[in-house]
Design a protein around this ligand. Structure first.
Ligand SMILES: NC(=O)c1ccc[n+]([C@@H]2O[C@H](COP(=O)([O-])OP(=O)(O)OC[C@H]3O[C@@H](n4cnc5c(N)ncnc54)[C@H](OP(=O)(O)O)[C@@H]3O)[C@@H](O)[C@H]2O)c1
Length: 184
């Protein structure tokens, strides 16, 4: 059986980078996506280094793809190229995201649109294109969301409708054998 494969969006820093290194430690090949070429390359180098210094992981591969999850075509190409380079997809971690705090009246609509395009549509596009592989391999799709819930929104008078919409997406996402996992 070929090596299992995890795809991680937003892998150029923070949680995404840490997840990528952890995935290779645990014996997965990784497909990484983000917009910043240099930072993404650094994550790829950390993963390759981890592979080099671990026993029995010579067969693992690292594939990185520079792209923007707001763009459907980038998401589709990321999934297609990952499959071509890594042969299969077992786990998709929708980690790419941006955050904001603010009061609706003061918030420019373009900020909300950007949030929606990144945190909601980015996850929808990647999940849609990876789903045939995830179903075939009885894999998993993971969504990493911001932690604010509706009570916080009211109490702190911050508007985070995007995150609520994201949660709704994951709740209704019918991935059948591929169980969606939410991390807040
Ligand atoms: N840190 C926390 O306390 C916390 C708490 C709850 C939830 N989260 C969520 O966890 C996720 C990761 O957070 P983090 O703290 O690791 O943040 P981070 O260091 O800012 O990482 C965000 C990642 O997302 C990527 N990204 C952003 N917009 C993108 C786009 N349009 N297309 C492709 N990649 C994009 C960034 O890469 P590029 O800029 O290179 O594209 C970066 O790799 C986010 O979704 C965040 O909302 C974080």
């Amino acid at each position: 059986m070929s090596t299992r494969v995890v795809l991680i969006t937003g892998a150029s820093s923070g949680i995404g980078r840490a997840l990528a290194v952890e995935a290779v430690k645990r014996g997965y090949s990784v497909g990484l996506m983000a917009r910043s070429a240099e930072s993404l390359q650094e994550t790829a180098a950390l993963c390759s280094n981890q592979i080099k210094h671990s026993n029995g992981t010579d067969n693992l591969k690292v594939f990185n793809f520079i792209g923007d999850v707001c763009l459907e075509n980038d998401c589709r190409t990321f999934i297609e190229q990952s499959l071509l380079n890594l042969n299969r997809i077992d786990v998709l971690i929708n980690n790419a995201g941006i955050s904001m705090r603010g009061i609706f009246v003061d918030t420019d609509l373009s900020v909300l649109k950007r949030l929606m395009d990144t945190n909601f549509w980015g996850a929808v596009y990647c999940t849609k294109y990876a789903l045939p592989q995830l179903l075939q391999n009885k894999g998993s799709v993971i969504g990493i969301l911001q932690s604010l819930d509706s009570r916080d929104c009211l109490r702190e008078r911050v508007i985070v409708p995007v995150n609520l919409r994201c949660k709704d997406f994951w709740r209704v996402c019918d991935v059948r054998t591929s169980k969606p996992v939410l991390m807040y």
